[in-house]
Design a protein around this ligand. Sequence first.
Ligand SMILES: Nc1nc2c(ncn2[C@@H]2O[C@H](COP(=O)(O)OP(=O)(O)OP(=O)(O)O)[C@@H](O)[C@H]2O)c(=O)[nH]1
Length: 443
Amino acid sequence: MRLSKFILNNLEAVLQEWEDFAATLIPPEQSLDKVTLRDHVQKMLEAMSADLAKPETEHEEIEKSKGHDDSPECRKTAAATHGKERLALGFTLDAAVAEYRALRASVTRLWQKSLLNKPVPDTAIGDLIRFNEAIDQSINESVTSYSFEKEQQMRVFDTILSSLPDISFTLTLDGRFAYVNKALIELFALPPDKLVGKNFIDIGLPNGAELQRQIDQVISTKKELRGEMPYTAPSGEWGFYDYIFVPAVDKEGVVEAVAGTARNITERKAAEEKNWQRANYDLLTGLPNRRLFLDRLEQDLKHAGRIGAPISLLFIDLDHFKEVNDKFGHDAGDLLLRLVTARLLSCIRDTDTVARLSGDEFTVILQDLRGTEDVELIAGKILTELASPFPIFSHTVHISASIGITLSPQDASTPDHLIKNADQAMYVAKKAGRNQFSFFSPN
Ligand SMILES: Nc1nc2c(ncn2[C@@H]2O[C@H](COP(=O)(O)OP(=O)(O)OP(=O)(O)O)[C@@H](O)[C@H]2O)c(=O)[nH]1
């Protein structure tokens, strides 16, 4: 019997044998238990048999020996459909090719079995060679259509990612770019061939080594990682970016690549910074407001507690400030508050804090004090500074201040307690005639 006839007569047996054998070659998750998968292989076998049944012309034989494929369109179509379909079903290229290995082995084995103890027809060897050639050509067709389809998918994928303003890329396991989208190409101002195959250090990112370490971490932990970084583009444009590295894990749970996206968040950052400034600083004087002052006081108390150093809190209230507003107007009062701020800042060190609590109330936190003499010295300096005349518009304005002083840990060690003490001491100074300081006393 000719091989072509044998295949058609034993189609079911061949398909069953192929299915069993292919199942041993193909990873379990790429299972062959779908009827359509079987149908395509059946179509391919039918096409191959039809091809084998026709005598091969001398021209075809010569063309085949040159590696050219003159085989009928129906076989080519069946093989191409096979490649396309396997890709759509998530088969690896290896698994798709393994199916052909199984098909070749199954047909050969069953045919040899059928010839056992029977005279081997003269045409047997020739048929087997042609069958093998048909299998090789089908593999070729299938692989070509698989790769073409994959490339097309990549192009669609690239078109989508490149239409986004966000940066997208994939990295190999050693942190080299494998794919880069248009936004990344434009940001780095480098053509794709200068990016692909390079890592973050190669392309000169200042924090390249840190990014590389983060990629290693994503691979070892299999967990995504987010970060933020500033970047100055070759165009000179500065920006702030947030990024995320995500591990791409295969079906066995092995990380095969790292995908990354990054977004320019410069405007969002600026808005956040502005909001933070608004929430923590006084608009008129630029000094920390009550909220930031409380935060600083808490931090300073913790630090002082750790190193065992005393700190001091001064509560400063301007004397008769209302009169300035009443006499020279609110704008003059505002200007005076700004000038007072500058003078207060000139009396303290950079590590100390001056804050505006409200209206004409200011606080000062003094750190690293050697003793109360230091505090007296600074409080005295503040009184002198504020008592000096202020040029406000075309006027010369005279004011003074009353200062209450409390010490930590001597008087108290919590922010609330200290503020209460300093406020109380300030009233004592006011009552005593203003333009003076007073230390807190529990009595
Ligand atoms: N110009 C200006 N005035 C303010 C501002 N905030 C509060 N004030 C005014 O500051 C004044 C504070 O007055 P007080 O502290 O009550 O009184 P004082 O005149 O300083 O009197 P003593 O503290 O008793 O010496 C009020 O008249 C408020 O309206 C501000 O931002 N700008």
